[in-house]
Design a protein around this ligand. Sequence first.
Ligand code: ZN
Length: 210
Amino acid sequence: MIHEILPVGPLQCNCSVIGDETSREAIVIDPGDDIDQILALIAKHNLQVKQIVITHAHIDHVGGAMKLRAATGASILLNQNDYALLKMLDMQAAWIGMRSPGKVEVDDTLGQSDTVKAGSLTAEVLHTPGHTEGSICLYFPAENKLIAGDTLFAGSIGRTDLPGGSYDKILHSLHDRVLALPDETIVVPGHGPLTTIGDERESNPFLQKS
Ligand SMILES: [Zn+2]
């Protein structure tokens, strides 16, 4: 598996470029910004992007999606529960003092137990509402890897004080779906350093049973 992680934009969202070494098919997850740098990584590995997966419709994760779609012809996939949030990109841009990327069109929804494929690579979709209603994680069982969006961070969890956020829901998502994964699973959060399910199960203050 080819896996490049590039922090993009002013909020340094971790964009993942994941490619199959044989077929050269690829998935790009959360192309929030800096599309020229993402395209350079795609060219470096001689990849063909088939899908653009958005873990949730916050501007720092979705801002560059249309530019990447125009450059690659790949489809944009987002859980339908975040479509309303996607219509608020202008407001989101104003919150953080960014220019609005304009309208983003989604090609298809992704829900619980759907799969996303690139060559021989398969990711399972976990619907993990809480940070937003339509937040998803992508789990690659054969590679022991979870792309977690803003649901889980090293030592923290996603904020739930923005529109569509729910602290109860994110805790349910984490306990029922994310912590159900094996301890050795490598977690790639939406921001900041990598971690593992085992480390977070043991020491993340938000996940301890009192
Ligand atoms: Zn977010």
